[in-house]
Design a protein around this ligand. Sequence first.
Ligand code: BGC
Ligand code: ZN
Length: 363
Amino acid sequence: MKAAAVFPEKKFLAVVSDFPEPGIESPTAVKLRVINVGVCGTDREIASFQYEFPPPAGSPYLVIGHECLGEIVEVGAAVHDLQPGDLVIPTVRRPCDHADCVPCRAGRQDFCRTGDYRERGIKSRHGFMTEMVVDEERYMNPVPAAIRDIAVLVEPLTIAEKGLIQALQIQNRLPHGTGLHTAVVLGAGPVGLLGAMAIRRAGFTVTVYSRDREPNAAARIVKAIGGNYVSSQDRTVERLASDLGSIDLVYEATGVSQFAFDVLPALGPNGIFILTGVPGKHGPVPVDTDAIMRNLVLKNQCVLGTVNAGKDAFERAVGDLSSFHTAWPDAVRALITGRFPLDNFAEPIRHQTGIKNIIEIAA
Ligand code: BGC
Ligand code: ZN
């Protein structure tokens, strides 16, 4: 089969044509025909060769791709809930092997304690940018055919869903009726815009705060979902905070740590600041730690880092994407700005253009 491979030793990207087709070897496994795979910042980071993303043991390359939509073509003898023709989104992370890692043993490898988890297309396991994939049924999340053309957005949406699930749990500490109302999303890439949609659906007012000035495609999407778009070149963080009154939730989706820490002082009382970006290595930056700590304590604030997602977040993402599709069909479709054949997978990785680029592997 063809597969999109990253060679860390030789530092190059190539389509390999002799990637072995997997077969069903376990009664609880399913086989998928890959339809679409999304390209994201993580793929770009892998392909920049600045950090180590190990291929599976013994392989000179890693097949990348972790945002996958596939169609079931075959199921093992003990699979009862899925059948050929069903559309599914596989989860990304696979558990570590340590008997005492409670989260992994409980199927919550997104909270793995050892760091020895694997991630398909990222860490020690081949990914989905190929023609056929075999994996266990328990890692599959069914999606309705009605959202087939945008279902590849489920995985990046799960990041926001996991963040929101936790934010709502944390807010249970407050007296009933003290809701979260005002949200700011940092960044207008796919994770930010999908997050803005999920946060909007959850009933917040949403302001997307991002660098680019209007007019731009992301700002149009934000407006279409009933949000506000503000360029950080036109309004300071202080102005933004005073315009909004009190910021209850910040959802960070830029990976730019200095920007995040510049916005942190604007968080309101009892507020939650969710960090999802993974910054690259830059030099140290001075921050006013006294001011930050005073606010965190005196305003009961919470800063929460979150990575990957569990089954609950995948379920919510599938449900939410269906409702976005109904409420804002044009805005969700506008998130996908580029479609590339597998042979050209390196193009959107080398040159980021538009919002979300996807690789179309099968129709
Ligand atoms: C993926 C996550 C993954 C993370 C870190 C992200 O792009 O969406 O599933 O855990 O990268 O590897
Ligand atoms: Zn991703």
